[in-house]
Ligand binder design. Structure first.
Ligand code: KG4
Ligand code: ZN
Length: 367
């Protein structure tokens, strides 16, 4: 953390998928604070298509971004002259949206004579728990979003090691596809969770992919196939059938996740035996699912881990996490290079050393 009597304020911009977001975050005498956080969702623009349409997303960012940035500065009561740097998501994500956000950030920073910090969207998710809970390094991050399903060891700012990833679909994608198959509205995750409340989780014995495997990775495509088969067999589907399928699917996911996460909790315990109260942090839209949270919480307690779930608004995509990542980079001395030379990257792994896994999440999809 920064020494006393210091103040750093950063304007964050996020446009990597279907949220146009801007935020002002500060670090005052070592204490972080979110001065404003505006998130404009494009859900309605994409709902008719059952998923995010890149071209529509990019156009919507162009239309909304200036107003969202202005609102963030006004809400924070901070004129641009009192901002130290502009941080913008530079990847991974849909390239059209990334171009809009990064180029706007460059223009603002250049005109106002400020530093420009390109931020990896995944780094934003990874460091959020330090903004909300003041966590110390190292800790484990479980990222459960529409584009990624990963466990990452967070050792320090810019120091990340991926321990597990999906070998096929991302978990959010599995929720979205299940919802689409059952005729439930987009976005699928909340629809499936809602329908599951009235369902019988024991009616369908769906597989728990990779359960018991020594390898720590995730897999969800077999589960998706089993759901499709069950839906075909039970057609035409009544509301009760849909509810039972959703409840059984959610139970299988929670069970499989808890098993997969256990591998990494055990590894962390072994590697960092001196840490008395290790922490697992969840992030991403799927982390707002109550049954999944409960399953992870139980598993963490079993392994002596603290389970940290930042508030839902900071788990899903937002610009406060991007502004915060900018502050972390400044205080760690990692914001010194020329950000203006950085080009958007649709693919940008957090851990650039680990080998890519074939099919690990949707290409170019949101994180
Ligand atoms: O993190 P997020 O808002 O966007 C990115 O992917 O970055 O995550 C969106 C994903 C979607 O796949 C959505 O269906 C899923 O999170 N999701 C949920 C829930 N809320 C959102 N999945 C399961 N249960 C939920 N309550
Ligand atoms: Zn994300």
């Amino acid at each position: 953390m920064a020494p006393r009597d210091t103040l750093i304020r950063v304007l964050g911009i996020e446009t990597s998928c279907d949220e146009t977001a801007a935020s002002v975050v500060e670090l005052r005498d070592g204490s972080p604070g979110i001065l404003s956080s505006i998130v404009l969702s494009q859900i309605e623009e994409h709902a008719a298509f059952g998923g995010v349409v890149p071209e529509i997303a990019a156009r919507a960012h162009v239309e909304a971004l200036d107003g969202v940035i202005e609102a963030a500065l006004t809400d924070a009561g901070t004129p641009l002259s009192e901002i130290d740097a502009v941080a913008a998501t530079a990847g991974p994500g849909l390239v059209g949206g990334l171009i809009v956000g990064l180029m706007t950030a460059k223009a603002i920073a250049a005109a106002a004579g400020k530093k420009l910090i390109p931020v990896n969207h995944l780094e934003g998710h990874a460091l959020t728990a330090r903004l909300t809970d003041g966590l110390a390094f190292p800790y484990l991050l479980l990222l459960l979003s529409g584009g990624h399903t990963q466990i990452v060891l967070i050792r320090g700012v810019g120091d990340y090691q991926r321990w597990a990833t999906t070998v096929d679909d991302a978990l959010g994608e599995a929720f979205d596809k299940t919802a689409k198959l059952l005729g439930l509205p987009y976005p699928g995750g909340p629809s499936v969770e809602r329908a599951a409340q009235a369902g019988d989780a024991a009616r369908f014995a769906f597989p728990r992919p990779m359960k018991g495997a020594a390898q720590p990775d995730f897999s969800f495509s077999g589960l998706k196939t089993a759901v499709r088969q069950a839906a075909t067999d039970a057609a035409p589907l009544s509301d009760a059938d849909v509810a039972d399928i959703c409840a059984s699917f959610q139970a299988a996911v929670s069970d499989a996740l808890a098993d997969r996460v256990a591998r990494s909790l055990a590894r962390f315990r072994q590697q960092f035996a001196v840490i008395e109260a290790p922490v697992l942090v969840v992030a991403g839209g799927v982390a707002s699912n109550r049954e999944i949270r409960a399953a992870l919480d139980r598993q963490c307690r079993g392994f002596g881990f603290r389970f940290v779930a930042p508030p839902a608004a900071l788990c899903t995509d937002n610009a406060a996490m991007i502004a915060w990542a900018g502050i972390e980079r400044i205080t760690a001395g990692l914001a010194e290079t020329d950000g203006f030379a950085f080009a958007p990257r649709s693919r940008w792994p957090l851990d650039e050393v680990s080998a890519p896994v074939v099919g690990s999440g949707r290409r170019g999809a949101k994180a």
